[in-house]
Write a protein of this length. Structure first.
Length: 191
C-alpha cells in the first residue's frame, strides 16, 4: 500500500471544510468547546461505523453505489441546506440549548454527509482491501482512519476556541459565512 497517498487522502478528506467541520466550528462559536465535543464524539462514532460498514459490505455496495450516491445526494443536500439556514438564523444574543449539536446529531450527520459517505466508500476498497484482507489488519486500518477523523474534529474545535473572541465580535458575518459555506458544500454535491 502506498502509505503516503493513503495519509494524504485521509487528511484532505477529514481536515478540509465540510458539513461536519462547519457545524463543529459553529457550535464552538455559539455554545463552546464542551458542546462541540459531544457532537464530535457522535460524529467520530458514526464515522467509524461507516468505515466498518464499508469494509464489511464493500463488494455488495459496489453494485449499488450509483443508487446510494443519488439518495445520499438528495438527503444530504436537503439536510445541509437546513443546517445552513439554522446557522444563518442563529441568534447568540438569546442563548438556548442547541438541539442540533448533540451526540446523536453528530452521529447521524455522518450518514447524511455525502463527503463522509463517499470517503468511507472509497478509502477501504481503494487503499486497504487491495493489500490487506485479514480482519485484524482491516480493523487496525479502520481504527487509524477513525483517529485521523477525530483529530480533524478536535482541530476544528481548537480553531473555534482560539478564535472564539474574534468569532463573537463578528458573529453575524461569521454566521453568514458559515451558512454560505455549508450551502456551497450542498450545491457542490451536484457538480
Amino acid at each position: 500500500m502506498e502509505i503516503t497517498s493513503f495519509f494524504i487522502y485521509c487528511m484532505i478528506a477529514t481536515f478540509t471544510p465540510g458539513p461536519t467541520n462547519i457545524v463543529i466550528l459553529s457550535t464552538v462559536h455559539h455554545f463552546g468547546a464542551k458542546k462541540a465535543m459531544k457532537y464530535s464524539y457522535g460524529a467520530t462514532i458514526g464515522f467509524g461505523l461507516l468505515l466498518v460498514i464499508s469494509a464489511v459490505l464493500n463488494t455488495m455496495l459496489i453494485t449499488i453505489i450509483p443508487k446510494i450516491i443519488m439518495v445520499m445526494q438528495i438527503i444530504g443536500s436537503c439536510y445541509m441546506f437546513c443546517l445552513a439556514y439554522q446557522i444563518y438564523r442563529m441568534d447568540t444574543s438569546n442563548p438556548r440549548v442547541n438541539q442540533t449539536a448533540t451526540f446523536m446529531s453528530g452521529f447521524l450527520m455522518q450518514f447524511l454527509n455525502p463527503k463522509v459517505v463517499l470517503f468511507t466508500l472509497t478509502v477501504i476498497p481503494s487503499f486497504i482491501m487491495p493489500h490487506y484482507i485479514a480482519v485484524p489488519a482491516v480493523m487496525i486500518s479502520i481504527i487509524a482512519i477513525t483517529l485521523i477523523g477525530f483529530s480533524a474534529f478536535i482541530t476544528w474545535i481548537l480553531f473555534g476556541t482560539i478564535f472564539k473572541e474574534f468569532l463573537q465580535k463578528h458573529k453575524k458575518t461569521v454566521n453568514v459565512m458559515m451558512a454560505l459555506s455549508l450551502a456551497y458544500a450542498a450545491i457542490m454535491i451536484w457538480m
